[in-house]
Design a protein around this ligand. Structure first.
Ligand code: ADP
Ligand code: MG
Length: 240
């Protein structure tokens, strides 16, 4: 569903992604691990063209996302993106945050958007918080609203960039649980995370990035029990 074909990216003179190739099959969850600055965020941002690439191609469903025929807004509707800091609208309720895209982007009438929004909030366990504004939700609940908002657009792919890194420890598991059920339901996902338990249990593939390259990749069993490079072993032991 996603193919990185020898991509290269530079920020000015800085070569941040170097000859990255890899495939994410439909229904697969790929977890990206790696030290800070290794290019994980940049790689997934390229998939929605939040960042342009200067070399190679990214194919989504066999279509080069940089080609002229691709409508960037449609592309972004097909790919849900959840960031570390949930960018919810503070003045809207949880439900309002989920329905605004349905009304404005998908053109759904208000009552249909509302019904769909309540369904999505139910999927992330927040049906009872529909009317609460973000300030009255916990960090974990806000992040689940952000996931519901992305799911409401009916995406084929979900990208997560350290979705639990800003959360208090007791709220991490409720967000990971939602992500785990999404993966089990067959969503195609790329997840940047430092949650090794999640990577072990949920990932189909783990890509270990270093210096803008995928330095090592494999199944969780391969990565966690038979890591080849000393660098990966150090990362798994020390977390950096
Ligand atoms: P990671 O997510 O693995 O921590 P990033 O993808 O954020 O890494 O960053 C990769 C490299 O690109 C880092 O050296 C970072 O400083 C640099 N970088 C990221 N975004 C920008 C930007 N907008 N302009 C210049 N350099 C950037
Ligand atoms: Mg990052």
């Amino acid at each position: 569903m996603i193919r990185f074909d020898n991509i290269g990216k530079w920020f000015g003179p800085l070569h941040v992604l170097a000859d990255v190739s890899g495939d994410v099959a439909k229904g697969e969850t790929v977890v990206l691990l790696g030290p800070s600055g290794s290019g994980k965020s940049t790689l997934i941002r390229c998939v929605t063209r939040l960042e342009p690439i200067q070399q190679g191609r990214i194919l989504v469903n066999d279509v080069d996302i940089a080609s002229g025929g691709v409508d960037i807004n449609q592309l972004r509707q097909r790919i849900g993106f959840v960031f570390q800091a949930y960018n919810l609208f503070p003045h809207l309720s949880a439900l309002g945050n989920v329905t605004i895209g349905l009304e404005r982007l998908k053109g759904l009438p208000r009552n249909e958007a509302r019904e769909r929004g309540l369904h999505e909030l139910g999927r992330v366990g927040l049906a009872d918080k529909a009317d609460a504004v973000p300030a009255r939700l916990s960090g974990g609940q806000r992040q689940r609203v952000a996931i519901a908002r992305a799911l409401a657009m009916d995406p084929e792919i979900m990208l997560f960039d350290e979705p639990t890194s800003a959360l208090d420890p007791e709220m991490v598991s409720e967000v990971l649980q939602v992500m785990r059920s999404l993966a089990q339901a067959g969503m195609t996902m790329m997840v940047v995370t430092h949650e090794m338990g999640f990577a072990r249990q949920v990932a189909d593939q783990v890509w270990f990035m270093e210096g803008g390259k995928i330095a090592e990749r494999g199944t969780p069993a391969e990565i966690f029990t038979a890591a080849e490079s000393p660098r990966l072993r150090q990362f798994l032991t020390l977390g950096r």
